[in-house]
Design a protein around this ligand. Sequence first.
Ligand SMILES: Nc1ncnc2c1ncn2[C@@H]1O[C@H](COP(=O)(O)OP(=O)(O)OP(=O)(O)O)[C@@H](O)[C@H]1O
Ligand SMILES: [Mg+2]
Length: 301
Amino acid sequence: MVNVQNLTKIYGTQRAVNSISFEAKKGEILGFLGPNGAGKTTTMKILTGFIPQSEGKAEVCGYDVETESMEVRKRIGYLPEHNPLYKDMYVREYLDFVAGVHGIKKKKQRVAEMVEMTGLTREQNKHIGALSKGYRQRVGLAQAMMHDPEVLILDEPTSGLDPNQLAEIRSLIKNIGTERTVIFSTHIMQEVQALCNRVLIINKGNLVADDSIETLQQKVSGERIVTVEFAEKAPLSLLNAIKGVKKAAELKDKKYRLYAKGETDIRPAVFRAAVSNNLTLLGMQQEVNSVEDVFRSLTKG
Ligand SMILES: Nc1ncnc2c1ncn2[C@@H]1O[C@H](COP(=O)(O)OP(=O)(O)OP(=O)(O)O)[C@@H](O)[C@H]1O
Ligand SMILES: [Mg+2]
């Protein structure tokens, strides 16, 4: 659906996007992560035909974004970062206009559908300029999805939404993603975990990760931490002697934290050590890296 090869954007002396390549297939929801200024918006603008690339190639549904821009625009929906909207237009009027641009036949019906889908029913007769930030965001989403595009490019779609709307828009994205291709950028890590099949992480224009969340977590885990709880006090010397444990530390209330190398699962050894030393194991929990840890480790410096 989306095919990007060695895509580069140069501004003056800066390589805002530096030879990135990736693919997105039908049914995939791709999270696009990266610190401020990493190149996310720039990449999205190229994919949607708003700015030309300096080097490389990008295709959407088999059409070249540079030379077949019109074909691409028919198949792609775009929510830009700053969501530029005609503030003097009424919500309905604007959506009508968008439907007209796309040549949608049952215009009225489709606009009504989109109003409903994005929770705009109560605001539909207002001026866009009079809407709150979150509602403007919803108008932007309605606009992006109006022509039922095969590919949706959403630049921080959930920024500024209240918790209720956040949940609704996320489930909307998830639904769309089952049959379409969605690429969205965000700074909210839980969102990535909740929505994405795959994550792209970009840092200073370079693609530093293209993996599932699980794979990413494993890749960066230099250390595993296992928290254990016993019914009685356990000598640290005993815990330190368990095979694979690098260090044991007491937390409180007969709880201990055990550190091990990333590749070793020490839990079976902990269990056996507890049994053979007559310790009553009440709980054992392995901590995994959060997406946030992964993000930090790949983009720091
Ligand atoms: N029109 C432009 N002229 C010059 N430099 C630009 C232009 N547009 C973007 N840049 C630079 O390109 C880099 C990437 O910007 P981009 O907007 O793609 O980042 P981003 O990943 O979307 O960041 P954010 O998370 O803050 O939205 C930045 O250093 C930015 O200053
Ligand atoms: Mg951006």
